[in-house]
Design a protein around this ligand. Structure first.
Ligand code: COA
Length: 323
């Protein structure tokens, strides 16, 4: 059985409310909260993507009751690592002393944690590895155009982690099914970060350095695809939607989540949210929410949980686990 045995999370100390943003740009709490549900976010001032990841990882390992040296695999999902090289996963490996683990990053934007978890589950199911650490971590604030009020108000910084283990216990539970999709033809609706080309034969400046988004197109993409992919994953797990106790969705926007709940015919109180306090933390949003549900005793043993992510690429997917 493949099971999440520990979770962790870390947010930067600096909490920035919508009213704080209204002091530095032409926006308001009313505009942001009525369109997105977001009221505050945490922004890195002294923290780094690696430091937040290490803090989250240590909590997850402690809850799982395993030592770093027992880890076989570390996958870090991020689009905002501190460095291009070495990878975030390798930096975490070094910091926690997980000498035996193979470590690499996986970049699938806001679907990153989900895709990393699914990837680890396949390794574990295939008997290749037994103990995996999955991290979703971002300091997106460095990738935002702070003069573009239409995007910068939406995002936040933070990290979440989970330990996934292959356990001999064959009783019900664990990782049941997943479904993943990508559509690169629609990638232009949410993009970021041209890199300059500078070599002895060419010099092209980077024109497009920050997150750019067609908000309404992204909104339509999310409400169209997420209910379908959740339904597919639940069917693949041999369950029905009413068997699911918690739908842990990527925390982009409360209106997207409410619309998904309505389209699935499920009560919105099965869809926990932390975006009010965190904003959209891309790959970190699902593991941070999962950790807060776990720590607050909101998930009981044997309950069924759907994790669903969507974002740039475009990418989207869902997984079904039994706690
Ligand atoms: N404060 C005040 N006004 C703002 C603003 C802000 N932070 N950002 C934009 N506006 C203004 C715009 O300039 C525009 O003004 P205009 O009508 O005078 O031109 C107006 O508000 C409406 O902008 P629009 O972009 O049409 O708003 P919207 O209703 O589509 O809402 C989003 C914008 C971004 C909240 C919404 O499209 C959304 O949530 N999309 C999904 C985005 C997302 O989740 N992305 C991440 C996915 S992983």
């Amino acid at each position: 059985m493949i099971k999440i045995c520990g979770t962790g999370s870390a947010l930067p100390k600096k909490r920035v409310t919508n009213d704080d943003l209204a002091q530095i740009m032409d926006t308001s709490d009313e505009w942001i909260s009525s369109r997105t549900g977001i009221r505050a976010r945490h922004l890195a001032v002294e923290e780094t993507t690696t430091g937040l990841s290490v803090a989250a990882a240590r909590q997850a390992l402690a809850e799982a009751g395993i030592q770093p040296e027992e880890l076989d695999l570390i996958i870090a999902a991020t689009l905002s690592a501190d460095h291009v090289l070495p990878t975030l996963a390798c930096e975490v490996q070094a910091a926690i002393g997980a000498a035996r683990a193979v470590a690499f990053d996986l970049h699938a934007a806001c679907s990153g944690f989900l895709f990393a978890l699914n990837t680890a589950a396949v390794y574990l199911r295939g008997g290749v590895y037994k103990n995996a650490l999955i991290i979703g971590a971002e300091t997106l604030s460095k990738m935002l155009d702070w003069t573009d009020r239409g995007t910068c108000v939406l995002f936040g910084d933070g990290a979440g982690a989970a330990v996934l283990r292959e356990l001999p216990d064959e009783t019900a539970g664990g990782f049941k099914a997943f479904v993943q999709y990508s559509d690169g033809t629609r990638g232009g609706v949410l993009s970021c970060g041209d890199r300059p080309l500078v070599n002895p034969y060419a010099t092209h400046e980077a024109e497009h350095r920050y997150v750019e988004m067609d908000g309404q197109a992204v909104y339509r993409f999310a409400v169209g695809t997420v209910p379908r992919v959740i339904t597919e994953a639940v069917e693949r797990a041999g369950l029905t939607l009413s068997d699911i106790d918690h739908f842990v969705l990527h925390q982009a926007n409360s209106r997207i989540i409410q619309s998904v709940a309505k389209r699935l015919g499920q009560p919105v109180d099965k869809f926990p949210m932390n975006l009010q306090e965190c904003g959209n933390i891309s790959a970190a949003s699902i593991p941070i929410l999962l950790d807060s549900l776990n720590k607050n005793g909101m998930i009981r043993k044997n309950e069924h949980i759907v994790l669903a992510g969507f974002g740039a690429g475009l990418t989207w997917g869902a997984a079904v686990i039994q706690w």
